[in-house]
Write a protein that binds this ligand. Structure first.
Ligand code: FES
Length: 262
């Protein structure tokens, strides 16, 4: 038995947060990872017992989501996005460079237990490609060189700050936050960077706003400002295009009718 009484109590506390206790399974698994470094068989059994569900159901969840690990994770989980946009912007080179530098393969941990390297899918942060994540915090616009410096700093115990988030903590500490026990760093960092806000800035400059929600009988989709003019221009072009298509199909029909008549 390695789960402490405190952990078991906190697992019950999580389950008690929800009208349906089983809704607490995801944060409970994060809590198990925060103390055990992975989802252990014992952690699965404890979740099942507390939630009154089967171990197979818990296991099904723990093996479905990639944030749950069945093998021990190092002090820092370093993810490199190798999905389409990041890959073409240099994500593949970053991943290869880190594999060489750390002497590990995908989903493996360095011998000193400090870094677990994994290639990850799109983080919905393509505007900052190529992107890496340390314990699920963004590291934007990376290069092979900055990636090597990053892991070296982490291994040397230096304080590192996410480019759009807080000072980085360890993977286990981050797992505790994901279990719903805040570490007080939620307001650190900018949250959204300029590249993510370009659309908002353009809308403000042009006086665009979201469609008003109307009570009933209206679509509520009419744009305002320059958007209205753009939409009306678009409507005109669509009408013209439709007329052309109709005329074209009409002439096709006439040709077909003529052919049939002959
Ligand atoms: S492809 Fe990497 S964040 Fe979207």
């Amino acid at each position: 038995m390695t789960l402490s009484q405190t952990t078991l109590d906190e697992m019950r506390e999580i389950a008690g947060r929800y009208p349906e206790a089983r809704s607490g399974l995801l944060p409970m698994l994060h809590l198990v990872q925060s103390t055990e470094g992975r989802v252990t068989p014992e952690g699965i059994e404890a979740c099942a017992e507390i939630l009154d569900i089967s171990a197979a159901e818990v296991s099904g969840v723990a093996t479905f989501y990639t944030m749950y690990k069945r093998r021990p994770v190092g002090d820092y989980h370093v993810g490199v996005c190798t999905n389409t946009l990041c890959a073409v912007m240099g994500g593949d080179q970053i991943f290869e460079r880190l594999k060489d530098h750390l002497d590990v393969g995908n989903d493996e941990t360095t011998e000193d237990g400090s870094i677990t390297l994994e290639h990850v899918e799109c983080n919905a942060a393509c505007d900052y490609a190529p992107v890496m994540m340390v314990n699920w915090e963004f590291m934007d616009n990376m290069t092979p060189e900055s990636a090597v410096s990053l892991v070296d700093d982490l291994r040397a115990g230096k304080e590192v700050t996410s480019t759009r988030g807080p000072r980085l903590c360890t993977w286990r500490e981050a797992e505790r936050v994901l279990a719903g026990f805040p570490d007080g760093r939620v307001d650190e960092g900018p949250g959204a960077g300029p590249a993510s806000l370009v659309g908002l800035q353009i809308a403000q400059e042009r006086g665009w706003s979201a469609p008003a929600v109307k009570a009933s009988g209206a679509t509520g989709t009419e744009p305002t400002g320059d958007g209205a003019q753009a939409a009306s221009r678009t409507d005109t072009s669509v009408e013209a295009e439709s007329a052309a298509v109709e005329a074209e199909s009409g002439s096709d029909e006439s040709a077909a009718e003529k052919k049939e008549a002959n």
